[in-house]
Design a protein around this ligand. Structure first.
Ligand SMILES: Nc1nc2c(ncn2[C@@H]2O[C@H](COP(=O)(O)OP(=O)(O)OP(=O)(O)O)[C@@H](O)[C@H]2O)c(=O)[nH]1
Length: 646
């Protein structure tokens, strides 16, 4: 297959350089190559590409952070490509490293090439290592998605997988010759990026190079193939806008006089030899698919496949080849299966290439996409944190400048939760209801429980400051009939030992807020002076009660007082039952709902010294309306004592 290869950026240029070297050494000469980069050092360090094939775009008068699309001149690139001998090419191969910056020019170049060439365009994309960071992996995922849309197929090579393999091999070699030299070799492989990349590029060149040379031959080195695989078949296997993985495994043939002698001995040795050859091809095929594949993938998710065996023709067992063909054909999801042999005279290796195309399941690609999601969430979290910091800084500055006279209440500051936390909290239901931090304030009336007065107005009114005539910050108890006003701020003890009520305490849940709901600083609190206990549901329901033997179950209307049948010896409940308990439900007002705010009718006995307003014993009402109704109420019922439910 004759190809025009274009290397983009550092990775792409180096890969093309290596491919070019293999092509020259094999004397097949099926490649035209160019390398495009904005880094002069990267281009200068290429070892094989001729100088005219290195296209450098300097950043003249362009800032370092400028987009690469502003630096690389597409017209110039196209002029250089068209000046090359591209008349007989079968395909165009774009080599690039995902996650880099120069790859950003790929969409523009591909669009221009499509205008001038009809040949299919493939991309050879190198996936970055995990240790390069989440940002690079996230960008790699973006680049991959963009490339997949634009080219006919993306051949993937995973740096992470192969770096691990190379390091493991180096460690094993180092352990074998545990001397100083062994350790030195191991250190150089692990630490020197250039050597490391050279090893990776060598691997890519072997895998892809042999595939590109399939169907091509030189005059001296190749024999006639039994099953010829031409360029069209390779192209048809690759095409289809999918991901492609290339498995490649080789084995050195046994050499030496003994082996040559054994081959010629007898028929038995001949048969044994042919079985060995078949077994070698099969084991190489397994190695190519499961171990030495350019990117680990699920064979069964492939749409198409191609099998190519290469080596001296005497060593290419057709029996082994057919077995491998059947295995791959049955394993892949699709129906397209191609195969061929590539006899090479002057080699002591047998190799096999298995191309899996249209892959749906590639774990490393999924991993890159997951990292991208994580990275995006982290960026969002960071952005919110910065905004919050900036806001707090601004507020601090404004406060210092005296622009803000009062520090806003903590509960007014919106709680910040990271996207991860939010997701978790929502899941656990924590954020189902808005919560605000509790205040560290508690109002208690000293000696309240010991009062000897049974019938008095048991509510505390904290009148809105704004509506008071003289706003001295005092908390005024409404006067008892004939009594005097009690200044809570002055006489009542205000402790901070108990948590303050949540804002939600004053929400719709337990307490009715009259229309034109008062603001936080304009609310009237009503608190009972006696601890009251809400009757349990069952206590007011005839269904839930257990009646003694011989006692008739009261009918539904028992508490209305209209239809009550009492058993012998049973007393009709008094109408003033609730008054006795210290609770009066005002006429026309809704009955208390179930919930913390309605808990407990008043019980005779000592009241607790502290009252926690958050338990629903504080009512929020409109101050003006409350005052009016109170005046009327006082006139009609001077002796009303109990909770007023609003
Ligand atoms: N296999 C292989 N991978 C490489 C090589 N150089 C870089 N890479 C990988 O390719 C990715 C992109 O790197 P480059 O191509 O050098 O980046 P660039 O496009 O030149 O742009 P910069 O980000 O500015 O360097 C890196 O994150 C590496 O993972 C190489 O020589 N061989």
């Amino acid at each position: 297959m004759r190809v025009l290869t274009i290397g983009l950026g550092g990775a792409g240029s180096r890969v093309v350089d290596q491919l070019y070297d293999h092509d020259q050494r094999s004397k097949v000469y099926c490649m035209s190559a160019v390398a495009i980069d904005i880094d002069p050092n990267s281009l200068l360090q290429l070892r094989h590409l001729p100088n005219p094939a290195r296209i450098f775009f300097p950043r003249v008068d362009i800032p370092d952070h400028a987009l690469v699309t502003n630096v690389i001149d597409i017209e110039e690139v196209m002029t250089r490509l068209q000046s090359m001998d591209t008349m007989e090419i079968d395909a165009i191969l774009l080599c690039c490293g995902l996650g880099g910056s120069v790859i950003d020019i790929a969409p523009l170049i591909i669009a221009e090439i499509r205008k001038s060439y009809v040949e299919p365009i493939f991309a050879l994309a190198v996936l970055p290592c995990l240790e390069e960071g989440k940002r690079v992996s996230a960008k790699a995922a973006d680049d991959l998605d963009a490339l997949q849309e634009l080219v006919d197929a993306v051949i993937l090579f995973d740096n992470e997988t192969w770096s691990q393999k190379i390091k493991a091999a180096a460690a094993a070699a180092g352990a074998e010759n545990a001397g100083v030299m062994g350790q030195l070799r191991q250190t150089s492989i692990g630490s020197d990026p250039r050597t490391h990349y050279n090893m990776l590029n060598e691997r890519i060149a072997r895998q892809i190079g042999l595939l590109l040379r399939a169907g091509e031959f030189n005059e001296s080195g190749l024999e006639v193939a039994e099953i010829v695989l031409d360029a069209g078949e390779v192209l048809n296997t690759l095409k289809g806008n999918g991901f492609v993985a290339v498995g490649y495994a080789t084995e050195r043939l046994p050499t030496g006089w003994r082996n040559v002698f054994r081959r010629r001995q007898s028929l038995k040795d001949f048969i044994q030899g042919s079985q060995e050859k078949a077994a070698r091809i099969i084991s190489l095929a397994k190695k190519a698919v499961y171990e030495d594949v350019s990117i680990p993938c699920d064979l069964t998710s492939a749409d198409k496949a191609l099998v190519l065996i290469a080596g001296p023709s005497a060593e290419l067992s057709m029996k082994g080849f057919q077995t491998v063909r059947k295995w791959i054909d049955r394993s892949i999801a699709g129906l397209e299966m191609r195969s061929g042999d590539y006899p090479v005279k002057s080699t002591s290796y047998v190799g096999i290439i298995i191309v899996l195309s249209g892959l749906a399941n590639i774990p490393r690609v999924e991993e890159l996409r997951e990292i991208r999601v994580e990275y995006q969430l982290e960026c969002e979290e960071e952005r919110l944190r910065m905004e919050e910091e900036a806001r707090l800084r601004e507020e601090g500055e404004a406060l210092a400048a005296g622009a803000i006279s009062e520090v806003p209440d903590e509960s007014d500051i919106p709680g910040f939760a990271s996207p991860f936390e939010s997701a978790y909290l929502e899941e656990t239901g924590y954020m189902a209801e808005p919560t605000t931090p509790e205040r560290d304030e508690m109002i208690s009336l000293s000696g309240r429980g010991e009062s000897g007065h049974k019938r008095r107005d048991d509510t505390i009114d904290i009148l809105p400051k704004a509506e008071k005539e003289q706003d001295d910050g005092a908390l005024i108890l409404p006067p008892k009939p004939g009594g005097r006003e009690i200044d809570l701020a002055g006489s009542a003890s205000v402790t901070s030992s108990m948590p303050a009520p949540k804002n939600s305490t004053f929400g719709l849940k337990g307490i009715t807020i009259e229309k034109a709901g008062p603001k936080d600083d304009a609310i009237t609190y009503s608190a009972p002076l006696k601890p009251v206990q809400r009757p349990r549901e069952g206590a007011l329901s005839a269904d839930a009660g257990t009646l003694d033997h011989g006692v008739q179950r009261p009918k539904d209307g028992v508490f209305t007082g209209d239809h009550v049948t009492l058993g012998q010896g049973m007393q009709r409940p008094k109408d003033d039952l609730f008054e006795e308990a210290g609770l009066r439900v005002r006429e026309g007002a809704p009955l208390p709902k179930d919930g913390p705010s309605g808990r407990g009718l008043a019980r005779p006995g000592p009241a607790p010294k502290e009252v926690d307003p958050s338990r629903g014993k504080l009512d929020v009402i409109d101050a003006t309306a409350r005052q009016k109704s109170r005046n009327e109420e006082k006139r009609s019922d001077e002796t009303d004592s109990g909770i007023t439910w609003l």
